[in-house]
Design a protein around this ligand. Structure first.
Ligand code: PMP
Length: 308
């Protein structure tokens, strides 16, 4: 990702190199921070940038802050406005963006400190990665997904991400692109930073939200798109490890991963070992919708430049 000119700290636009937090803050020391990652999709035909499902991301952002008992909450409307200001300041046009909004404890006490809270926003150009189109290989990790009663993955807390880091580093060391977690019950959970679907006998299935997953906005989008496109209700349930290989198609989904085909798991081909037909259809549909090209889904796409 390229380095932009400006970032936003506590609502002020600052030079990128001045967007700092103190090393003694709880946000830095303990990862006492929560964040959202979301995308801006550029539509070259109408010269517009669309924030994809901003409202849902902001609802989750508010929930994460409340759950962590932060003294002060940054509400969705304020953060949306500050995000738009930052995009305007950087004059982003022509490329998709990856945006991060983070609320962090800038206070310097122990792990129980709940304030003051800082807000940072960064936006960087992020072209679609080759692996989204080309697909990835995955390893079922020997690391377990952190259970909800230890550290809920439903809360997008920065510290959680070291669980994903262990699995990612292990998968890469073993020659895979990424990892798939099982949870404490031995059921399929999610990837380090993305959810997962399999297709069995033509039916899309995804782990239910009680499987130690983040309640992903993209997962929800895929569920809604499947309902509308195929007129069938996708299945949310436990998935056994062996079903990963029994599936004829599998894909990851998430803000960064969009819809990414899984070509093999533990070096066993999924289906033909190429992108599956339903995965490809959903991917095309998802790209079309996120660029604000489908009027049925225009409430998912928040325009950045035509609001003023
Ligand atoms: N699971 C985890 C652990 C994640 O970090 C992410 C990325 N936010 C996802 C799933 C996908 O969530 P979303 O579609 O909301 O980006």
């Amino acid at each position: 990702m390229s380095t932009p000119k400006y970032a936003s700290i506590n609502g002020e636009i600052v030079a990128w190199e001045n967007a700092n937090v103190h090393v003694a803050s709880a946000g830095f020391k303990f990862g006492t921070a929560v964040f959202e990652g979301l995308r801006g999709y550029w539509n070259s035909d109408n010269e517009e940038m669309y924030l994809f499902r901003m409202q849902e991301h902001m609802q989750r952002f508010e929930f994460s802050q409340r759950f962590m008992r932060f003294d002060e909450l940054f509400l969705g409307d304020t953060v949306t406005q500050k995000t738009i200001e930052l995009i305007h300041a950087n004059k982003f046009k022509g490329e998709n963006l990856h945006i991060m909004t983070t609320a962090y404890v800038s206070g310097m006490g122990g792990p129980g400190v709940c304030g003051p809270i800082g807000l940072s926003i960064t936006a960087q150009e992020r072209p679609r990665s080759d692996r989204v189109l080309g697909g990835v290989t995955a390893q079922v990790s020997s690391w377990m997904r952190v259970p909800d009663n230890a550290m809920p993955m439903r809360v997008k807390c920065n510290a959680n991400y070291n669980n994903g880091r262990l699995a990612t580093v292990q998968a890469e060391a073993d020659g895979y692109d990424t990892a798939i977690f099982l949870n404490s019950r031995g059921k399929v959970s999610e990837g380090p930073g993305m959810c997962l679907f399999i297709i069995r006998d033509g039916v899309p299935i995804t782990p239910s939200i009680s499987n130690d997953i983040l309640e992903s906005v993209t997962r929800d989008s895929v569920l809604r798109i499947i309902e509308r496109t195929y007129g069938e209700t996708p299945i949310e349930r436990d998935i056994d490890r062996s079903e990963l290989v029994a599936a004829e198609e599998a894909f990851f989904c998430g803000t960064a991963w969009e819809i990414t085909p899984i070509l093999s798991i533990d070096r066993i081909k999924i289906g033909t070992g190429q992108i599956g037909m339903m995965t490809k259809q959903l991917q095309d549909k998802f790209f079309f919708i996120s660029e604000g090209r489908d009027t049925q889904y225009s409430n998912w796409c928040h325009p950045v430049y035509k609001t003023d």
